[in-house]
Design a protein around this ligand. Structure first.
Ligand SMILES: [Zn+2]
Length: 218
């Protein structure tokens, strides 16, 4: 069994190395997790369109099923779409076979809403343990974590707090933002207006430093 266990470890480490990637040189990637949701995803799409910015949305499968028109709207605006599990469980608290089903069905639900498959993926909570790493490798998912976390999911996070972290992004950074919040710790976290208001300030600061804002590649 030693052989099997070392093979498992190698695969896990290989997957972990694969996901700790950065956006292309000279660019910053804005990413939006947990949606789509009416009233927040569409507002973010409007602001991104006004700013002429392409971003990446990691959609929760059940939310994609509930709001497929928003998933198609994201793609129609030129953004990249990835999956983010079916129901957003914490990977550490999920049995291996259930984790595989979550990731596979999440991808399927997003693909169904989109009308096309997408291998782009981000694990819930950005958690990638050895089991999750093997699962994503076997499913052939292209996984992106993040390098900058403005913690916009916190209830009561202010525009200033979000901008002060996100606007400092440098070449290759991947910024974590939320167009919805799964398992919100308080209902105020579902008010996405601070993230919406922060976007023009973040984009301006990043562009002033000569950096491009681009969607992530599969
Ligand atoms: Zn999430």
């Amino acid at each position: 069994m030693a052989v099997r266990s070392s093979r498992l470890r190698w695969r896990a480490e290989d997957s972990v190395a694969q996901v700790h990637r950065r956006a292309p040189e000279g660019s910053v990637a804005l990413t939006f997790d947990d949606g789509p949701h009416p009233g927040s995803t569409d507002r973010i799409l409007e602001v991104l369109s006004e700013l002429d910015v392409r971003a990446t949305f990691f959609c929760v499968g059940r939310n994609a099923r509930a709001h497929p028109h928003l998933v198609r709207g994201i793609r129609a605006e030129g953004h990249a779409v990835g999956s983010h599990s079916l129901t957003h469980p914490h990977p550490r608290e999920t049995a291996p076979q259930d984790l595989r089903a979550e990731y596979q069905q999440g991808r399927g639900a997003v693909a169904e809403a989109l009308g096309a498959d997408t291998p782009l993926f981000r694990p819930p909570h950005g958690h990638l343990g050895p089991v999750g790493a093997v699962v994503i490798r076997r499913l052939g998912l292209t996984t992106w974590l993040w390098t900058v976390d403005p913690r916009d999911w916190r209830p009561g996070a202010t525009v200033d707090e979000i901008v002060s972290v996100a606007a400092r992004a440098v070449s290759g950074d991947v910024v974590l933002l939320h167009d919805w919040v799964e398992q919100a710790v308080a209902p105020e976290a579902l008010d996405r207006s601070a993230t919406v208001a922060a976007l023009p300030l973040i984009v301006r600061a990043i562009r002033e430093r000569g950096l491009r804002l681009e969607a992530l590649d599969a």
